[in-house]
Design a protein around this ligand. Structure first.
Ligand code: SAM
Length: 282
């Protein structure tokens, strides 16, 4: 079995397939041999699990997932890579590569077709340029998945794993807190990749809850309010929500007071219950 985290093996594959890294597609391949087995061990899979992987690259993580799961379906946007993966994953009959953009893939359909009767998780080393959109796509689509284990930029990981109501929180923190429970598994230094990016990374796991953390009667309105509230971090929630949702200030102020909150409160000071209550009163 070729060692896909060995730089000379990667270079040989690249030369033979005429492949060069695409910066635009966020191609930083893992060369630290301990990272992929660790991710695969910690993402919650067993021999009855189906795994969705985003961006297999040349298959270094895919291989570790295939060794442990019942089935792996990997979605790769770079049309040059399926030919490489056919070679590097030749020994596995439980891996399927789908060519395309994860953000344009109907994942409900994919899960129904490919993972019947299986528990499903997502495990991926995500390209930096679409980390948040991919995580939001996976969460907001309400997929029948148990957990997302993803490698992302370290600063983003800290934001995602923060609690709503704390300094590090942003709109995406609230979304993650709403749908699940996130925790950091381990850090990964920039030197673990080829080519090395300018930032360090971390692997996080988001366990998806069966029911959202708080009740809101109108989810669309809730996320619109959250987005507005966090969009202007120096402003009070009152000003930011009023401007972002085009609601007169006195109406927003009345809702804030009715929720028992200070009129000068900022979005990052509000916990999940307070945000939900404010949305109901708005
Ligand atoms: N899994 C490999 C590894 O760990 O070495 C590669 C990870 S690399 C950070 C990200 C991968 O995602 C690349 O293979 C890239 O081509 C792919 N990719 C980029 N945008 C994508 C998209 N929108 N949908 C699916 N794959 C994408």
């Amino acid at each position: 079995m070729a060692n896909l985290s060995d730089i000379s093996v990667i270079k040989d594959i690249m030369t033979r397939h005429g492949f060069s890294f695409s910066k635009a597609l966020g191609q930083n391949f893992l060369v630290n041999p301990s990272v992929c087995p660790r991710m695969a061990e910690m993402c919650g899979i067993d021999e009855n699990t189906g795994v969705i992987e985003v961006g297999p690259g040349i298959g270094v993580l895919t291989k570790e997932l295939a060794l442990r799961a019942k089935k792996v379906v990997s979605i790769e946007l770079d049309e040059r890579l399926p030919a490489v993966l056919k070679e590097t994953l030749a020994e596995f009959d439980n891996v399927e590569i789908i060519s395309g953009d994860v953000l344009k893939t109907d994942l409900h359909k994919l899960i129904a077709e490919k993972f019947q009767g299986m528990k499903v998780v997502v495990c991926a080393n995500l390209p930096y340029y679409i980390t948040s959109p991919v995580i939001m796509y996976l969460l907001e689509n309400k997929l029948p998945i148990e957990a997302l284990t993803v490698m992302i930029q370290k600063e983003v990981a800290e934001r995602l794993c923060a609690e709503a109501g704390t300094r590090n929180a942003g709109a995406i923190t609230v979304s993650v807190n709403y749908f699940g429970q996130a925790r950091k598994l381990f850090d990964v230094s920039r030197g673990s990749f080829m080519p090395a990016p300018n930032v360090d990374s971390a692997v996080i796991k988001i366990d998806i809850k069966k029911e959202p953390t708080v009740y809101v009667s109108d989810e669309k309105k809730f996320f619109k309010m959250v987005k507005a509230a966090f969009s202007m971090r120096r402003k009070t929630a009152l000003n930011a929500i009023s401007a972002g949702m085009s609601i007169p200030k006195d109406e927003v102020a009345a809702a804030i007071e009715k929720s028992g909150l200070d009129l000068n409160i900022r979005a990052e000071k509000m916990n999940m219950e307070e945000l939900a209550l404010l949305c109901e009163n708005l």
